[in-house]
Design a protein around this ligand. Sequence first.
Ligand code: UD1
Length: 478
Amino acid sequence: MKKGYLFSLRGVYVLDKIIIEGGRRLCGEIEVHGSKNSALPILAATVLTGDKCEIHNCPALSDVDAAIQILRHLGCKVIRDGHTVEVDSSVITVSEIPDDLMREMRSSIVFLGAVLARTGKAEISSPGGCEIGLRPIDLHLSSMRKLGAEITEEHGRLYCSLGKSLHGADITLSFPSVGATENIMIAAAAADGTTVITNAAREPEISDLADFLNGCGAKISGAGDSTVVIEGTKKLHGTCHTVIPDRIEASSYLIAASATGGRICIKDVIPAHIGALIPVLSEAGCDITTSGRWICLSAPPRLKRVKMIRTMPYPGFPTDAQAIVGAMLSVADGTSVIIENIFESRFKHVTELMRLGAKISVEGRMAVIEGSKYLTGANVVAPDLRGGFALITAGLAANGKTVITGTQHLDRGYEAPEKVLKLLGADVRRINENDGTEKQETRQLAENVGKPAGESAEDCTDRHSQEADDRCNIRRGK
Ligand code: UD1
């Protein structure tokens, strides 16, 4: 392969490096983008409508590019204008999704319910995505079977058809899988009769998908609770929908700021969606205020350890924030423990963190993190999306230069992270791995109210803090 490039069905990607000169406090205000994990199932669900849908606040991420590529392959007309994606699914020409497109991301599996419901058949293969565990799709397939699908597997391809029709069913999930809940909701929205999902996932992205589908004329109640009821209808139509803010992106910047002893405010976040992170950051010694759609954080110069974090389905502590909070705790005072309950291989970034001097031991699903006073910059490779941001967090907190490769993983879930971090005062650059030129404009960044970069840690005190506090006070109506 030619050095500095990654060949993919979506085009040729220039491989970049993110270079961080660590040791600067993150200070200022930023605006969070739309949720990746909401946008992807919503884009898949547009296929059901046979009409035009306008999706606002869609983040500029490579996973969204992949979803658009699948929609276009199916025959949809898709227009993207900044963070708005218009999908016209009046004509669907095929029911199969090629292997390469399926492999681009995990969420491609959610197209199964949409394509099956729309065309009566679907041909797909197992999805790709981050390698953080086995990630089987048995719950998706057994649920589709309950809704009337006949599924056979040959040569790695899944052939799905409908016996008579797609019909409602009572489905009890053995685990509250986010993707399986979404797939069922999408297919059942257009099925004959009523579907009841018991032990459904309760993530905010499930409620957002239900809001979108209800906007299209679906009849879904209970989304966000463990029991979701979907009354199928044939009368779905297009709609306009605004994707909810990305709670994991917001969490990532809050955690990164904490690791640097920073003070930041994040605009356009729904604080209730990061309810499980707030007590963890408080236990680490951070001062947090929330109001309306703002959250402000002020971290102490040295964080305290956090006794125990267990990842759980929502509303528990999110697995997607686990790696990042682990990086933060590697500079805290004392020993912290993390138990990963959702994915079995979600500590791949740990060996890379250890290159920066982090003292972490992993046994099975448990990581024991002995906080160090200092980390030191190193060359590291992002193993997956959230592991990549964990390395950014550690690099920001470390002394000296950290060079992160494998940035294509970060592009799946973070829109222009280097720009957001620069706005918060970080010394971070993204350069082309091949020719060493600095990247000026990667992806479109939402309007950002962050303060200019360039202040040293010492300067980053009263002005930012006061402004951030004022913002919270204004929102609190003081
Ligand atoms: C979604 C999120 C991901 C997040 C995860 C858990 C998207 C695009 N991704 O992934 O960021 O980390 O939820 O909050 O929304 N499982 C099975 N069989 C199945 C399906 C899942 O055993 O058929 C297992 C998985 O292997 C995993 C657990 O269930 O151990 C949770 O997976 P699931 O909730 O389905 O996660 P995703 O939808 O893949």
